[in-house]
Design a protein around this ligand. Structure first.
Ligand code: ATP
Length: 429
């Protein structure tokens, strides 16, 4: 009856410096708006009275600095108010970064000091790294800066599909529903969702990305002063730790924010200072609102992310199906195979896999459901050092007619016939 329709909407009054933590229900989106006061979602202020619709299972918090009333319409898995948050310490970090950006902008162009803060956010899985990165970027964008977001997390990327590392300038506070804008990011395709598949390739691609950004900064004082915020993976032990150090080094990070782990903080404080004596290593509290996600949830999230790339968040995109002859495409794998045949090696030596070796892929039914990156390389030997234009998804392989059918986000010819294959697949659901 009329009663149950009304009971779906609910108003929550939030005191200053508190937040409403929400997990949207599994079946339907949740609508939410601010009806009084001011509130933000991960650094992006919500305009008053405007309804936002959050997809099922979305997890987020509505935070207010001075008090607000929000209205919700729909089912939640959980929603509760928390008045203990680390937001004051986070915004204090923002204030320090902002002062450094101003100092950088006031410095002579091209000088060492014209480089704004290069912040790297590290911590174990589910410590809130992506969330803190977004907040710092959105607060900076609100003040007119255009910081560069670098995402090194190949497992749960925020910029493009999983298996990639990417960077993009953030010109406006990040949309709380749509996320990071997808226009023209700089993307390198690694092809796997864990770095252990090919650690050397991961390092090489990180270096390529860093070098490209360095070149862009040298011609753009504004983005150089705004600096970057680098999100990392939650793998912090062993090789994971080595990769963090590699990232700090390669991107010349000058601020390391360590979320929620004492041991990682003290190790990095010691080791990062060896790399750069003037680096700031700062320990920050993890928010109690960060939701832990299990392996299955992460797999699902990856799959949604690939779906979103082709179809959009709300199915607003219509990907284009194309058919190509096998001979029209050149597909390569990077790494894997042995470098030299046994017979060519000294007695007793084992064949070592060359992590950067390019191996042509014979098109077969094995390509079904594989996600391929479209390289910007002109020649095959440039594939490892080239960024990618985007991705296609193989929907059919006709071995008899030697035809391959794939989905691309837009119609027209592919920008290149050089494609990269990794281990990333997707089952359309
Ligand atoms: P990983 O390394 O595994 O990618 P992470 O450390 O980057 O994880 P986040 O992605 O930032 O962690 O956070 C995990 C989840 O918790 C996300 O869905 C995020 O939206 C949610 N979350 C973060 N902070 C809060 C909060 N204060 N209230 C409610 N949900 C939150």
């Amino acid at each position: 009856g009329a009663g149950s329709a009304l009971s779906a909407t609910k108003q929550v009054k939030l005191e200053r410096e508190s937040e409403l933590r929400i997990e949207v229900g599994t079946d339907a989106p949740l609508r939410l708006r601010v009806v009084a006061g001011t509130a933000e979602i991960f650094g992006t202020e919500l305009p008053p009275e405007i309804w936002f619709s959050f997809p099922p299972r979305h997890k987020f918090a509505v935070f207010t600095w001075y008090g607000a009333t929000v209205e919700m319409d729909g089912e939640t898995e959980t929603d509760y108010t928390a008045d203990e948050t680390p937001m004051v310490s986070y915004v204090n970090v923002h204030a320090v970064l902002d002062a450094r950006r101003n100092r950088a902008r006031a410095s002579p162009a091209g000088s060492e000091s014209s480089q704004g803060p290069r912040v790297i956010v590290v911590g174990p899985t589910d410590s809130g790294k992506s969330t803190l990165s977004k907040m710092l970027l959105s607060w900076a964008a609100k003040q007119g800066w255009k910081p560069t977001f670098v995402d090194l997390d190949i497992g749960q990327g925020s910029i493009t599909i999983p298996g990639s590392i990417a960077a993009t300038p953030i010109e406006l506070p990040i949309d709380p529903v749509e996320g990071v804008p997808l226009e023209m990011p700089l993307v390198y395709y690694y092809g796997h969702t864990t770095p252990s598949n090919n650690v050397d390739l991961y390092k090489v691609l990180a270096k390529e990305l860093a070098d490209t950004l360095e070149r862009q900064f040298s011609g753009n004082a504004e983005s150089r002063a705004a600096g970057m915020v680098i999100n990392t993976m939650g793998w912090i032990e062993g090789v994971g730790y080595e990769l963090l150090q590699h990232a700090i080094n390669t991107f010349k990070a000058n601020v390391v924010l360590v979320l929620g782990q004492e041991k990682l903080f003290s190790m990095l404080k010691k080791d990062a200072l060896k790399i750069n004596p003037s680096i700031d290593v700062v320990k920050l509290q993890k928010s109690g609102g960060v939701v832990s996600r299990n392996v299955k949830y992460r797999q699902k999230a990856r799959s949604y992310r690939i779906r979103e790339y082709f179809y959009g968040l709300g199915n607003e995109l219509s990907p284009h199906a194309s058919i190509a002859s096998f001979s029209d495409l050149s597909i390569y794998r990077i790494g894997g195979g042995p470098q030299a045949p046994h017979s060519a090696l000294p007695i007793g030596a084992k064949p070592v896999a060359d992590p950067l070796r390019l191996a042509p892929v014979n098109i077969s039914r094995d390509l079904l459901h594989v996600v391929l990156a479209v390289s910007f390389a002109k020649e095959a030997d440039q594939i490892v050092s080239s960024n990618v234009a985007g991705f296609v998804y193989v929907t059919d392989v006709d071995v008899q007619r030697k035809k391959i059918t794939f989905l691309a986000p837009s119609p027209g010819e592919l920008p290149s016939k050089l494609l990269i294959m990794g281990t990333l697949t997707w089952l359309e659901t």
